[in-house]
Design a binder for this molecule. Structure first.
Ligand SMILES: Cc1cc2nc3c(=O)[nH]c(=O)nc-3n(C[C@H](O)[C@H](O)[C@H](O)COP(=O)(O)OP(=O)(O)OC[C@H]3O[C@@H](n4cnc5c(N)ncnc54)[C@H](O)[C@@H]3O)c2cc1C
Length: 468
């Protein structure tokens, strides 16, 4: 039997618990070389995601050191780095956790064609190609997808944490993380956003337990209120694999069995992430092309000065501006606000959903290739299971419903009232030339006018479609 080392190539799976490929490598009893590559996929991440990935790697290096091993860092095209490392170390195989976005698939396909690689599950609860309707088709609508997977798929218990790895006789050389400058595109933002991140496996588990102990009971009723600590915040950790979806699902299932209200709803939300990957798997251009192709003919505007104002949180709609400032300051945004700002951009401002998608991709620390694309197509009305275009969110009414006491808007807009509102000004590029005086921001467009403009454009679009 071979005693050649196994390379475990970490990507979006920065954990040692419930890690099928790491456990499998450990079980062989052979030396394991943990590796992270700053490869062609990681290089192109948006500013915030790349920076946050750097924090995750830094933390994970320490986790791996604690179990007596070492995370080797290398930079370059994945296939070249792996072939070099195999030549240097005599490694027999490379193990990794599967990724399902087109850029990762292209990279991994090339890798697999050139060396002995074995891929494992771990990033999702279900392989995205498995759920099928009764007639063997892919799902396009969430509710039947949910019913199908809930009834038809068992979720195994998470694997125990790997606590020890055999080490190679000699460690290959490693890059120094700081030299990678993962924060380069964050400019002034990183020191501000750093105050809001929860990095690493332990932080993720604490988050999960806290949510299940204190918030899950009210999840169904409170999750739309941005000032209530009603959601788990786990998207940040799930996206870098600092916790496995299986760990989250099983804990949620246990809470359900303990009779905790809201737990079933939480599981249902978690499975939206699976649905997003199901859609992306079946339509790899989900972030590029309208799922309903006819929407490519809609009169979207590309980048424009209104969209710039939207990005900078100065549309004159306080709920929208608060959301955009939360995004820039924390690298996340409450789900309700993601829908409101998305609707406002694509409907009131008639701007292409891909402008918003790209901005989120650059700013979100929980950026996920599938969830972001699905969210934008959903809100723009061009996705498979989308909110109809004529459902135009009114930010004013939304704020009355979900931020009645203005707590959220005060937090992000009024510098005199909350420290976070000031933090936004510490994070933004100086070139934006914004002053903390929010009183002078005039509305880009009055809400009823914007709504009318959107609905007129929709009628025109529909008319043109029927004439085709
Ligand atoms: C325009 C738009 C863009 C989005 N972009 C992203 C993104 O880049 N990354 C991302 O993780 N989520 C994205 N979402 C989905 C959602 O906003 C976040 O998952 C959620 O806000 C995360 O907060 P939480 O972890 O507290 O969620 P919780 O309410 O605690 O939910 C638990 C988990 O379920 C999953 N989940 C919940 N809702 C959704 C959803 N609608 N779609 C997919 N997964 C979901 C997430 O993994 C989340 O962590 C987007 C939504 C919209 C409308």
């Amino acid at each position: 039997m071979s005693d050649a080392p196994i390379i475990v190539w970490f990507r979006r799976d920065l954990r040692v618990s419930d890690h099928p490929s790491l456990s499998a490598a450990q079980a062989t009893g052979r030396p394991v070389i943990p590796l992270f590559i700053l490869d062609e996929v990681v290089e192109t991440l948006g500013a915030a995601a790349k920076w946050r990935m750097g924090l995750g790697i830094d933390h994970f290096q320490k986790t791996i050191a604690k179990i007596g091993s070492k995370l080797i860092l290398r930079r370059g095209k994945a296939v070249d780095v792996l072939l070099d490392l195999i030549a240097e170390t005599g490694a027999g195989e490379v193990y990794w956790s599967r990724a399902y976005d087109p850029a990762s698939i292209a990279r991994d396909t090339e890798v697999k064609a050139n060396l002995k690689g074995i891929s494992f599950t771990g990033h999702l609860l279900y392989e995205p190609w498995l759920p099928k309707t009764k007639v063997g088709e892919n799902f396009k609508v969430y509710t039947p997808f949910w019913r199908h997977v809930r009834a038809g798929f068992d979720i195994d218990a998470p694997l125990p944490a790997v606590t020890h790895l055999c080490i190679p006789s000699e460690w290959p050389k490693s890059d120094v993380l700081l030299d990678w400058k993962m924060s380069a595109n964050m400019h002034r933002g990183s020191t501000v956003v750093a105050k809001f991140v929860h990095v690493g496996e332990r932080a993720a588990v604490i988050r999960l337990n806290k949510f299940l102990d204190t918030a899950v009971e009210g999840y169904k009723s409170d999750r739309d209120f941005p000032m209530k600590p009603a959601t788990s915040g786990l998207s940040e950790n799930l996206t870098y694999g600092e916790i496995s979806p299986r760990t989250v699902f099983n804990a949620g299932q246990l809470a359900l069995e303990q009779g905790k209200q809201g737990a079933e709803h939480f599981l249902k939300e978690l499975v939206w992430r699976e649905f997003a990957y199901h859609l992306l798997w079946n339509f790899p251009k989900l972030d590029e092309i309208c799922w309903r192709r006819e929407w490519e003919d809609f009169s979207w505007r590309g980048e424009n000065s209104d969209a710039t104002a939207w990005k900078q949180g100065r549309t004159g709609q306080s709920f929208v501006d608060a959301g955009m400032r939360e995004l820039y300051t924390t690298g996340t945004m409450h789900n309700r606000l993601r829908m409101i700002v998305g609707s406002y951009l694509t409907k009131h401002l008639q701007t292409d959903w891909r402008v918003g998608l790209k901005w989120f991709e650059d700013c979100l620390i929980d950026w996920d290739p599938a969830a972001n694309a699905m969210g934008w197509q959903w809100i723009a009305g061009c996705g498979p299971d989308a909110a109809p275009y004529f459902r135009v969110f009114n930010p004013g009414l939304q704020s009355e419903k979900f931020d009645k006491d203005e707590g959220y808007r005060n937090t992000w807009l009024h510098t005199g009232k909350h420290v976070n509102a000031q933090a936004f000004f510490d994070a933004i590029p100086i070139s934006w030339e914004l002053t903390p005086d929010t009183k002078n921001i005039t509305e880009i467009i009055e809400l009823s006018q914007g709504r009318k403009r959107a609905l007129d454009a929709y009628s025109f679009f529909k008319e043109r479609q029927t004439q085709k």
